[in-house]
Design a protein around this ligand. Structure first.
Ligand code: PEP
Length: 302
């Protein structure tokens, strides 16, 4: 996949800054607030509340300290400062604290996985408690690579369990869902997404304020084959309807639904114009300085 500034490659949202200050509320137009105040605001979201545009970057298993330093310096310099977009970058585990230390304070840092519960004799695993302890406010869960790689094969139930535990520890979750090519071709797209949502709905209860849903059709991830704005909007609308019917209207109105799959500076604006697309989860293009152009697609909403 694409180069990460000068070298690292990828296939294929708010946290504490380098000054320990957290990013903003997800209610559009809110002033820059601390993490605790943002959580309180989110809890009072009402029906019809505006959703703050959200752009997540997923660096996957790529990078080195020097590459991250170069990339983050460009983000710190070139990206706009505004409360109209929330931006979170997903760094590999060994670089979470390093990234947090370098990155502008109004952008968050995310992990890309965590264990299903609390710690113990689980060699190689990392808990949400640990992520929170090192200042990581987000984790990406249910990514199609973790669902589908033969070495990993995480189930709907495992991902849902991880999600509930992460939010119980104060770590927000980008909850990824999406269909395989053969599922789309056999007309199962909505059914697959609903099954993946139901797995979470069965265990999470009524508070979805620490969840952002990322709809990522697997056939579009890392392939250069982006869903059309109409294809993406159709699924996003169905996800919002599912939330209204199965959780609550308030959760349907306030939950950000991101599109992911070959988003680039060239296609982001057209996607962002769709009413149910509240932002993006970006893989390959988040490894380059012009990720900032994708961040700027929030302007389509204001
Ligand atoms: C992803 O990995 O979540 C993703 C969307 O990747 P890409 O943007 O490279 O398709």
């Amino acid at each position: 996949m694409q180069a990460f500034v000068t070298g690292f490659s990828a296939s294929g949202a708010a946290g504490r800054g380098n000054d320990g200050v957290a990013a903003k509320s997800h209610i559009r137009g809110a002033p820059h607030v601390t993490h605790a105040r943002r959580v309180a605001r989110v809890a009072t979201l009402s029906m019809g509340a505006d959703r703050v545009f959200f752009v997540g970057g997923n660096w996957k298993c790529n990078g080195s300290k020097s590459e991250i330093k170069t990339l983050v310096e460009s983000f710190n310099k070139d990206a706009p400062t505004t409360s109209d977009v929330e931006v979170v970058v997903g760094a590999p585990l060994p670089y979470l604290e390093y990234t947090r230390g370098l990155l502008r304070s109004d952008w968050g840092v995310s992990a890309q996985n965590c264990w299903i519960g609390k710690g113990g004799a689980y060699t190689g695993e990392v808990t949400a408690d640990m992520l929170a302890d090192v200042g990581t406010d987000w984790v990406i869960l249910g990514h199609s690579e973790r669902r589908n790689l033969p070495e990993l094969k995480e189930s709907d139930a495992t991902i849902a369990t991880k999600t509930v535990y992460a939010i119980s520890k104060g770590v927000s979750v980008m909850y990824c869902i999406g269909e395989l090519l053969e599922e789309r071709e056999s007309g199962q797209t909505i059914a697959v997404c609903e099954r993946q949502l139901k797995a979470l709905g069965d265990v999470i209860g009524s508070d979805w304020s620490k969840i952002v849903i990322a709809y990522e059709p697997v056939w579009a991830i890392g392939t250069g084959k982006v869903a059309t704005p109409e294809q993406a909007e159709e699924v996003h609308e169905a996800i919002r309807k599912w939330l209204a019917a199965n959780v609550s209207q308030q959760v349907a109105d306030s939950t950000r639904i991101l599109y992911g799959g070959s988003v680039s500076p060239a296609n982001c604006d057209e996607l962002a114009k769709k009413p149910n697309i509240d932002g993006f989860l970006v893989g390959g293009a988040s490894l380059k300085p012009d990720f900032v152009k994708i961040v700027e697609s929030y302007k389509q909403k204001v």
